[in-house]
Write a protein that binds this ligand. Structure first.
Ligand SMILES: *[C@@H]1O[C@H](CO)[C@@H](O)[C@H](O)[C@H]1NC(C)=O
Length: 198
């Protein structure tokens, strides 16, 4: 009975998950292992709020979301349910992230979404957007490539600088050792001489 009561509380009481629950939404804990149900539906949202990492069920329908920022859903590894319908999706290159993400996550969810703008794509299902509809989207790719390029450049520069420093340190060490050995030899040579003179 006690266990049932605890379970009932965990499932039925809206547990505010501390600072994790985005302010306009309601969050219910589904128990530690099950994650959270996050209800952000019908809140007039213009952008995606920061979501708890353990979100299992996410309701975002009936808002004013034009897009989902690239990468925003990638950290939600526990997500099993997602409602996105009734949002004014703006179908330009930025919608590609959501479209591709939903193609992996759930085709029925994708099938319920339609573009609201631009005018010539109004009411077109997101799942049926083609390369022709979106125009040239290559600008999204090079920025990412450029990021990798700069990261790699910094890494390579780091390795080269490390090599130069090590080579320099070895050279200095060698010089020092030489000086010490030579110094010792001179010292050894000098000691008998001074003794002979004495
Ligand atoms: C959609 O959200 C608005 C508030 O943003 C609300 O007034 C309306 O009732 C909601 N519609 C549905 C179908 O839930």
């Amino acid at each position: 009975m006690e266990l049932l009561a605890v379970l009932g509380c965990a499932l039925l009481l809206p547990v505010v998950l501390g600072e994790d629950c985005p302010s306009p939404c309601s969050c219910w804990s589904l128990g530690e292992e099950w994650g959270a149900r996050v209800d952000c539906s019908s809140r007039g949202l213009l952008s995606l709020p920061a979501l708890p990492r353990l979100t299992r069920s996410l309701l975002l329908h009936n808002n004013s979301l034009p897009s989902i920022p690239a990468g925003a859903l990638d950290s939600l590894g526990h997500l099993q349910e997602l409602e996105l319908w009734d949002n004014p999706w703006h179908c330009d290159c930025h919608i590609l992230y959501l479209k591709l993400w939903l193609e992996d996550f759930s085709l029925p969810t994708l099938a319920r979404l339609r573009c609201a703008s631009p005018a010539h794509l109004r009411m077109k299902p997101l799942g049926q957007l083609t390369g022709n509809d979106l125009g040239v989207c290559i600008r999204l790719l090079p920025t990412k490539c450029l990021q990798f390029f700069w990261r790699d450049l910094v890494l390579i520069a780091g390795v080269v600088i490390t090599f130069i420093l090590v080579a320099w340190a070895l050279k200095v060490a060698k010089k020092l050792v030489c000086q010490l050995i030579l110094g010792c030899r001179r010292l050894r040579r000098n000691i008998p001489k001074t003794r002979k003179v004495q």
